[in-house]
Design a protein around this ligand. Structure first.
Ligand SMILES: Nc1ncnc2c1ncn2[C@@H]1O[C@H](COP(=O)(O)OP(=O)(O)O)[C@@H](O)[C@H]1O
Ligand SMILES: Nc1ccn([C@H]2C[C@H](O)[C@@H](COP(=O)(O)OP(=O)(O)O)O2)c(=O)n1
Ligand SMILES: [Mg+2]
Length: 191
């Protein structure tokens, strides 16, 4: 049974940054759905490269069959991990239903870490991210924020109704955000 923490929040809210620190210090393996999709996009012989790129540039969400298989394959490479940080997933209803179909019985969903940050700050962070991404531009970001508001935030509300959401204000400096995130994990794991 894979132990899973979903990490959600607007683009630029700090999911990747915080997940890297959790992975370093708390023994969870960081799986960024976006990173897995970008790697698949670049993989020689991938049949999904063009499809993935069109969704990334358009700020829309890749069909769950592709993303969920990439996530499960990655988890199977770390069978002894304490748990997995599933970063940027589930991002819409298709992700959620596809995950349930493919992963039920295989995972324990511990909680959802929700990084909350004002959109204007998030957009500026992405524009200054400097990772050469094809979607860190004003046009793509407009669409990504719309996707977040219309499709992803309802997923956070869904988990909220199940009392599974742990919200952390990520507008503050990284160290302050991380301090609160550690408290969330300590409470969840009674460390
Ligand atoms: N708390 C923070 N304060 C200031 N900048 C941040 C903070 N967290 C992340 N960043 C920066 O903002 C950008 C986006 O962070 P990232 O972790 O990639 O966010 P996400 O994965 O949610 O898109 C990166 O350049 C990162 O260094
Ligand atoms: N579950 C997911 C996660 C990401 N994607 C695609 C669409 C997203 O805009 C891009 C980028 O996702 P990523 O999590 O790397 O973006 P941020 O780190 O939030 O800026 O990847 C997806 O289609 N499905
Ligand atoms: Mg990220």
């Amino acid at each position: 049974m894979f132990n899973v923490v979903f990490v959600l929040g607007p683009p630029g809210s700090g999911k990747g940054t915080i997940c890297s620190k959790i992975q370093e210090n708390l023994g969870y393996v960081h799986l960024s759905a976006g990173d897995l999709l970008r790697a698949e996009r670049e993989r020689a012989g991938s049949q999904f490269g063009a499809l993935i790129e069109s969704h990334i540039k358009n700020g829309s969400i890749v069909p769950v069959e592709i993303t969920c298989s990439l996530l499960e394959n990655a988890m199977n490479l770390h069978k002894t991990a304490n748990g997995f940080l599933v970063d940027g997933f589930p991002r819409n209803a298709d992700n959620l239903s596809g995950w349930s179909k493919q992963m039920s019985g295989k995972v324990h969903e511990q909680f959802v870490l929700f990084l909350s940050c004002p959109v204007d700050i998030c957009i500026n962070r992405c524009l200054n991210r400097g990772e050469g991404r094809t979607d860190d531009n004003v046009d793509s970001l407009k669409k990504r924020v719309e996707t977040y508001n219309n499709q992803t935030f309802p997923i956070i509300e869904h988990f909220g109704k199940l009392n599974m959401v742990r919200k952390v204000d990520s507008e503050r400096p990284v160290e302050e955000v991380y301090e609160d995130v550690v408290k969330v994990f300590e409470a969840a794991n009674q460390m």
